[in-house]
Write a protein of this length. Structure first.
Length: 210
């Protein structure tokens, strides 16, 4: 199955993509990793992408999709794949279709904005070893101190409520039209994110196989 995963930052789509990959034995393809790999391997599309990246420009859609086509032609993607982080806009989704990349289902992991804000603003990361905690779901034994190495535990700028809200606004603005695009084609399935990761995984697998 060829799948696309959508979800706001912090909705847990990466975690769910991993669950589905293991269950269906298909790769999750992240656009960022794929571009870095193509650049490292020096493929024609990779070299074109490197030229844009070196100039600080965004890599044009047709180059990204060219690299994607090379990636999904590899053996491990013969039974399907999950796209994570692409397409981000309707024009990218249209370009994907024009290049003949078939998508079976688009899975949206939906979590209410206020839940995401509290989930992400409660995250804390150790400055020493990088372990992550959550003030509500996975607190440190001693407040502000890492259980593993004793270094200070801090809130990342990315997880501050104001940053999270701005990232969510961008996501809704760009991705809402994308949901409509796939819903109109009958390909969109929405999974309501649950409190427990395992419960969300059950619903996600049911949506994918249903």
């Amino acid at each position: 199955m060829n799948l696309i995963f959508l979800g706001a930052p912090g909705a847990g789509k990466g975690t769910q993509a991993e669950v589905v990959c293991n269950e269906l034995n298909i790769p999750a393809i992240s656009t960022g990793n794929m571009l870095r790999e193509a650049v490292k391997n020096g493929t024609p599309a990779g070299l074109a992408a490197k030229e844009c990246m070196d100039k600080g420009d965004l890599v044009p859609d047709e180059i990204v999709i060219g690299i994607l086509k090379d990636r999904i032609a590899q053996d491990d993607a013969k039974n399907g794949f999950i796209l994570d982080g692409f397409p981000r806009t309707v024009s990218q989704a249209e370009a994907l279709e024009k290049m003949g990349v078939q998508i079976d289902k688009v899975v949206e992991i939906h979590v209410a904005d206020e839940k995401i804000t509290s989930r992400m603003s409660g995250r804390r990361v150790c400055e020493g070893c990088g372990n992550s905690y959550h003030i509500e779901y996975k607190p440190t034994k001693v407040e502000g101190i890492c259980d593993a190495c004793g270094a200070k535990v801090v809130q990342r700028v990315d997880d501050k409520p104001e940053t999270v809200l701005s990232r969510l606004a961008t996501y809704h603005e760009k991705t809402a039209p994308l949901k409509d695009f796939y819903a109109a084609k009958g390909k969109l399935v929405t999974v309501e994110g649950q409190e427990e990761i395992a419960d969300t995984s059950k619903l996600t697998l049911a949506a994918v196989k249903g």
